[in-house]
Ligand binder design. Structure first.
Ligand SMILES: Nc1ncnc2c1ncn2[C@@H]1O[C@H](COP(=O)(O)OP(=O)(O)OP(=O)(O)O)[C@@H](O)[C@H]1O
Length: 690
């Protein structure tokens, strides 16, 4: 209607007010019409389109009236035929961009991810609290830097105009001085801002990694069986780094870009509102493309991250097990496996790059198209004297960073959203409550070491419920006595030890220590009073001394040396170049397996425990050494539990418990069991290596 009236040159239509009245009337009639057609329930998308179609023109004309310079005389809406298709086209385009691109994406992402994003990000921001001072300073420098940045093109344009207009020298030098000052300010404040942000980030990463590492260490053993070490290590390092970097840098970029956009917009609108409007056409188009790209990129990024973690795990597994790999000639298989994993990573990375190239290409074409429109429009404005060449140069100097700013804002938002998955994963580890009963408060000064298993039934968390490792096991371990657990492979010996060490919890029954349930004792106390040595003890790289003293605050090393003498280990240790200060190598690799067992036994005895668990701990020692070890261990009325595979060890035990398929089948001394001629007697040849 409006276009019709204007085209008919009907100036008496009421000017701006008339256009608004016509717009509203048109909107009301179309609304009524669509309502009638859809039984009073028009689709929201239709309502939005009608509003846009009818009200775009009045809004545009109001904007033009407001933006008109006081010097210009606004003659009201100018009759222009191109307005008719242009108005319909731009309304429809805006509607499509909004409904199909931005809004649709929003709806799509309004799943659990989007709903959870805000509280997650807020929680992460709260972790920055100790760095408030750093952040306030960084953001202050950021705003100062941005202000200086914004005025650089303005003064550049001013200087260019003065070059042409042969102005007074003093004004020229003043403008030049101002340009130097803002350039200097921009460089200085940007440097300070960057440095402070990096400092804050490093501090946050340190705190976060420490917390996450602590959370990992609190988890029960099953957690580490469920999550492979490569993944956990990747979460601890790359994910925490990425999380902090994304949020901190994007917050920095977002604030910088928003402040800059606001300041630039003011200057640009002042220079030419027509050209500014053209610049803004670029934004929804770029937002649409960017949104599509970010959705695809988020998925690909996650896949790449997982592939990296898997490759790391594969390489680590092969390198750390190189002895096995070499002895089974597994190099080729491992190489093939690693190559396959690398190829998978390469394929995903290639796909990601392809999307990136396409996205960059489309983005550049759109930007170029808009630039051409700007130049065409600028030519008309310069011809009509509404714009100077200096102003055009200034505008163009602003236009590029302006598009860049808008892109940065959208990218920062998208990138932060794509990290939400990682943030939630890291927080889920931090919040995970270990599935192990809470420790108790008991820490009696004197512990006898009486252990009773009462109808203990236990199934490993990863095993199915109908395959228990222990079925109603009841047994007693006495202080001052050595009890040996004997049985075929998979009969449940190690499972008994694992429960005693509280690595797992039984589902039924309980384990009593001096009449009290095991979980009522303090965790630290329990592991001071109970030491275990396994067949292949894990040593940490460092010296012998470091390994023996591991976890002890006040270790009497003279006593350790005396024990080493009693155990006949001193002779072995004296052979080493630096004796107790010799390096044991990665995982004790520089030591013979027998010597590793010596060190592990010394490490256990240095704690002066009341209960000792030996899981074939002396298997690599010679017979004389084995005979020296057991009396030393049994000293001070200790309770000793041995998982035995050697006849020599079993013969020294005071009591033997024979397990089969998770059940106690027979018990007694070696002589008693032999005399009984039961399962133990019949399986003796298979059970023991002599
Ligand atoms: N981490 C685990 N997850 C699931 N099942 C397990 C796990 N460890 C052991 N099992 C199962 O529990 C049962 C008992 O195993 P356990 O290691 O206690 O036997 P064992 O008598 O010590 O055997 P071996 O003499 O070979 O060391 C077996 O069936 C075994 O497969």
């Amino acid at each position: 209607q409006w276009t019709g009236l204007v085209l008919l040159r009907c100036y008496s239509c009421g000017g701006l007010a008339g256009i608004w009245v016509l717009g509203v009337l048109k909107w009301a009639s179309l609304r009524g019409f669509t309502s009638a057609l859809t039984d009073g329930k028009p689709q929201p998308v239709l309502s939005r389109l009608i509003a846009l179609l009818c009200l775009l023109t009045p809004v545009l004309e109001s904007g033009r009236t407001l933006m008109a310079r006081p010097s210009e005389f606004y003659i009201g809406p100018s009759p222009n035929l191109s307005m008719l298709p242009l108005s319909t086209l731009s309304s429809s385009l805006a509607c499509v961009v909004w409904e199909k691109g931005l809004c649709a994406e929003g709806k799509m992402r309004k799943g659990p991810n989007k709903v959870a994003a805000k509280p997650l990000l807020m929680r992460l921001l709260r972790f920055f609290k100790p760095d408030t001072l750093y952040l306030v300073s960084a953001f202050s420098f950021l705003i100062l830097g941005v202000m200086c940045d914004t005025f650089i093109p303005f003064y550049q344009g001013k200087v260019i105009d003065m070059l042409r207009e042969q102005m007074f020298q003093s004004s020229f030098y003043l403008a030049l001085g101002q340009l130097t000052l803002v350039s200097f300010g921009s460089a200085m404040f940007s440097g300070l801002r960057g440095g402070l942000f990096m400092c804050t980030l490093a501090r946050l990463n340190k705190r976060f990694k420490h917390l996450l590492f602590y959370a990992f260490l609190q988890q029960e053993v099953y957690f580490f069986e469920e999550n492979n070490p490569g993944h956990l290590s990747a979460r601890l390092h790359s994910d925490v780094d990425r999380m902090g970097r994304t949020v901190a840098l994007n917050a920095n970029v977002l604030v910088r870009s928003i402040v800059k956009t606001f300041l630039m917009l003011t200057v640009m609108l002042n220079l030419s509102w027509e050209l500014t409007l053209l610049t803004f056409i670029e934004m929804p188009l770029l937002a649409l493309i960017q949104n599509k790209y970010m959705t695809i990129n988020t998925v690909l990024k996650e896949q790449i991250q997982d592939c990296h973690a898997q490759n790391k795990h594969l390489a680590f597994q092969t390198i750390s097990g190189i002895h096995t790999v070499r002895s089974f000639k597994g190099e080729e298989v491992e190489q093939r496996r690693y190559k396959k994993a690398l190829e998978e990573l390469c394929t995903i990375t290639k796909r990601s790059r392809l999307y990136s190239i396409t996205y960059t290409f489309i983005r550049r074409v759109v930007s170029l198209g808009i630039k051409i429109f700007i130049l065409i429009q600028a030519r008309t404005l310069i011809k009509s004297g509404q714009l100077t060449i200096g102003s055009l140069v200034t505008f163009l100097l602003y236009q590029k960073p302006m598009s860049y700013n808008l892109r940065e804002i959208m990218y920062g938002y998208g990138d932060t959203m794509s990290t939400v998955g990682i943030i939630s994963k890291v927080f889920s580890y931090l919040d995970r409550i270990p599935k192990i009963k809470k420790e108790g408060n008991l820490a009696p000064e004197k512990l006898e070491g009486r252990i009773v298993f009462q109808n203990v039934t236990f199934t490993y968390p990863s095993a199915s419920a109908d395959k228990p490792a222990l079925k109603s096991v009841s047994m007693k371990l006495q202080p001052g006595k050595m009890t040996a657990l004997v049985g075929p492979n998979g009969s449940g010996k190690t499972s008994c030890v694992n429960l005693l060490k509280r690595l797992y919890e039984p589902q039924e029954g309980q384990i009593l220590l001096d009449g009290e349930p095991l979980q009522s004792y303090k965790h630290k106390y329990l592991h001071q009073k109970m030491a275990s040595v396994s067949q292949n003890p894990v040593l940490f790289s460092g010296s012998l001394r470091y390994n023996i003293e591991y976890g002890l605050r006040d270790c009497n090393f003279e006593k350790v040396k005396e024990m080493a003498n009693n155990l006949n280990a001193q002779a072995f240790i004296s052979h080493l170049e630096d004796e107790y200060d010799s390096d044991v190598g990665e995982a004790g690799g520089k030591l013979a397996v027998g010597l590793r067992q010596w060190i592990a036994i010394l490490r256990a005895l240095a704690r002066d425990p009341q209960i000792i668990i030996l899981d074939e701990a002396t298997s690599k020692l010679d017979i004389t050494a084995q005979h020296a070890v057991l009396p030393e261990i049994l000293k001070a009325g200790r309770t000793v539990l041995v998982v035995a595979h050697q006849l020599a060890t079993v013969e020294q035990a005071d009591h033997i418990i024979f397990l089969e398929k998770g059940e106690v089948v027979e018990e007694g001394t070696h002589a008693e069991l032999m005399a009984k001629e039961g399962r133990y007697y019949r399986l003796k040849e298979e059970l023991f290596t002599t």
